[in-house]
Design a protein around this ligand. Structure first.
Ligand code: AMP
Ligand code: ZN
Length: 461
């Protein structure tokens, strides 16, 4: 079945075609480790995990590279406040990042390259840009000359909106790593050494890399000059991803990335997360309020990745309740499947149909809300037998990643199963006195029976 994604480069959905048969090179902008990841960052990492799992579900081998930004403006500023070296300062946040991924059941990426270990690759790339006449040196720093790169703005559409900033006349420059402007400027590739800042030797003088060059260097080192997918959230479209394209294509002359897939933001109580509003939460804050990290994963699945997700404590509670209900239902299904095992032909046909439905939803630009609704339909179905239900749930969880295969159910003793069967026979023969006696016996062994339309259900008393 074809997989379709919304490619931000062309601003529409298109069928995904990998550069190499059944292999995907995927780069996702990782954390800037100056603090714990907030729940907005985590929403994006979950969306990228779903994207990877969906491709794997479709038989692709995915080489996912997630960088760790361990040197840039914010890290330097914050580490200086503590008086620690940047490597000591970032260590606990880097460790916390990996702990968060595990708690959210985010699968491991192929590589997690660190910026400080790839300075040579960045210097090489800057040298190529200087050689190609797309960069210039001034005051010991090196800048990218956006007027020389004709397709600057092709991702963000900014060139079309701010034409006056282009055409060779613009020589205004920007030194900060992050900026949010409606007109573009030449941006810094290498920053001249300043007091107390970490620095490295380079042919253009001592200094440190700009943030954008880090991602161009690390992505191409591991995935090649051209690769399939680049991911992140919408805040990175401009300037970060736009600048990555300019740097990479300017240096190699080749297309950098085929598909830019960008997730929408998470907001809190309808507002942007910010320190001044005191609404920046991380996974530890959620856990302190006794929430299961997977309840946050569940919440993330309830909204399409290209829609805004408004976080409230109530919505997280609702997700936690739903996840608990789901787990309870799965325990019941697991118990029931030991009692009924035969699969009828009509169930087989229905199972195939439901699997196709699931594939259709996930392959339609990751429509997780519909995939989740289908999962519930299966859990509640009266037409499917427990074994089929369980197999479908476990299969879907390869993509949903809610750890549904790891739910522990009580082992039903053989004697209880035998008594249940005997009681069913009595009921069919309308021997209700005997069947009541057997019910009492089963209860005395610690199990309750519920006679549902699809057969008896057992629950630990
Ligand atoms: P950072 O650590 O700031 O470099 O961001 C890591 C990832 O989180 C990037 O892909 C960002 O685009 C993404 N991100 C930042 N803020 C939000 C937000 N409010 N909602 C969703 N994703 C975000
Ligand atoms: Zn990046």
């Amino acid at each position: 079945m074809a997989v379709k994604f919304y490619n931000f480069l062309i601003r529409k959905k298109e069928t995904f075609k990998s550069l190499r048969p059944k292999q995907v090179g995927f780069y996702a902008c990782g954390p800037t480790v100056y603090d714990y990841a907030h729940i907005g960052n985590l929403r994006t990492y979950i969306f990228e995990d779903i994207l990877k799992r969906t491709l794997e579900y479709n038989g692709y081998k995915v080489n996912l590279v997630v960088n760790i930004t361990d040197v840039e403006d914010k890290i330097i500023r914050e580490s200086q406040k503590t008086g620690k070296s940047i490597s000591d300062f970032v260590k606990p946040y880097e460790k916390a990042f990996f702990e968060d991924l595990k708690k959210l059941n985010i699968e491991k990426a192929w590589k997690y390259p660190k910026a400080t270990k790839h300075i040579k690759d960045m210097i090489k790339l800057i040298a190529a840009l200087l050689k190609n006449g797309l960069a210039y040196e001034t005051g010991g720093s090196v800048y990218f000359d956006i007027s020389k790169f004709k397709s600057y703005g092709k991702l963000s559409g900014l060139s079309a909106r701010s034409g006056s900033a282009f055409g060779g006349k613009n020589q205004s420059r920007i030194d900060s790593d992050e900026y949010d402007k409606t007109s573009a400027e030449d941006f810094v590739l290498w920053k001249v050494a300043k007091n107390n800042e970490p620095l490295w030797d380079a042919p253009f003088g001592k200094g440190r890399p700009g943030w954008h060059i880090e991602c161009s260097a690390m992505s191409m080192k591991y995935l090649g000059n051209t690769f399939d997918i680049h991911g992140g959230a919408v805040d990175l479209i401009f300037p970060h991803h736009e600048n990555e394209i300019a740097q990479s294509e300017g240096a190699t002359g080749k297309t950098f990335v085929k598909y830019f897939i960008e997730g929408e933001h998470l907001s809190v109580n309808g507002e942007k997360m910010s320190k001044s509003l005191g609404n920046i939460f991380n996974l530890r804050d959620l856990e302190a309020k006794k929430f299961d990290p997977l309840a946050f994963r569940y919440l993330s699945l309830t909204a399409h990745y290209r829609s805004k997700l408004n976080f409230t404590w109530e919505s997280l509670q609702a997700s936690q309740n739903a996840l608990e209900k789901l787990r309870e239902a799965i325990i019941e299904i697991k118990n029931e499947q030991k009692q009924h095992s035969d699969i009828l032909e009509n169930v087989r046909v229905l199972k195939k149909h439901l699997s196709k439905e699931f594939e259709k939803y996930i392959n339609d630009d990751l429509d997780m809300p519909r995939a989740l609704a289908l999962l519930w339909e299966i859990v509640k179905s009266e037409k499917l037998n427990p074994k089929t239900k369980y197999n479908l749930i476990i299969d879907f969880d390869k993509v949903l990643g809610l750890n549904l295969g790891k739910i522990k159910s009580e082992k039903i003793p053989v004697i209880v199963l035998k008594l249940v069967k005997e009681r069913e026979k009595c009921r069919q023969e309308k021997n209700f006195t005997k069947s009541d006696e057997l019910r009492k016996k089963i209860e005395s062994l610690g199990w309750l029976i519920d006679d549902s339309p699809s057969g008896p259900k057992l629950k630990k008393n």
